[in-house]
Design a protein around this ligand. Structure first.
Ligand SMILES: [Zn+2]
Length: 145
């Protein structure tokens, strides 16, 4: 049987991501409160999710580059069911997709915003939730300027 690669925070029961070695530039960036993504040296575009080749031109030549951390709310969905016990106190909650000003779209959570105020097109800025010494999660909150 294949073992799960998920880890669980024992204090909260929250599922945490597995940190793959090839993704450590992203995770280390978040620890420094920066959104660091891959940017193609051939066409100049940034991309996400993390992968070996540019999704725009398929070049393997890239660098890790700090993004602005700003963008717009591209899409969202509201969950009324807690899919794990850790989420029970949070329902209903929105899962959002933010399109960074640099182009990549990130699926994430929205902080400090009542559900009734969640709107497609609203300006967003990155927020950083330090979960433990290894993991800082990327979240977003409304950018009120
Ligand atoms: Zn490219």
């Amino acid at each position: 049987m294949q073992k799960s690669i998920m880890s669980i925070d024992e204090a909260t029961g929250r599922y945490l991501p597995f940190l793959y070695p090839e993704e450590m530039s992203y995770w280390n960036g978040l620890k420094e409160n920066k959104v660091v993504l891959q940017r193609c040296n051939a066409c100049g575009k940034a991309w996400f999710p993390i992968g070996p080749a540019c999704m725009h031109c398929f070049s393997f030549d890239f660098k890790w580059d700090a993004m602005s951390g700003k963008g717009v709310l591209h899409n969202y969905v509201v969950y009324h069911k807690a899919w794990m016990p850790w989420m029970e106190s949070r329902v209903p909650y929105a899962v959002i997709q933010v399109e960074l000003d640099e182009g990549p779209r990130l699926t994430t959570n929205i902080l400090d915003c009542p559900l009734a105020e969640v709107k497609i097109g609203m300006r967003m800025k990155a927020a950083y939730e330090q979960v433990n010494e290894k993991i800082t999660l990327l979240q977003f909150r409304p950018d009120k300027g």
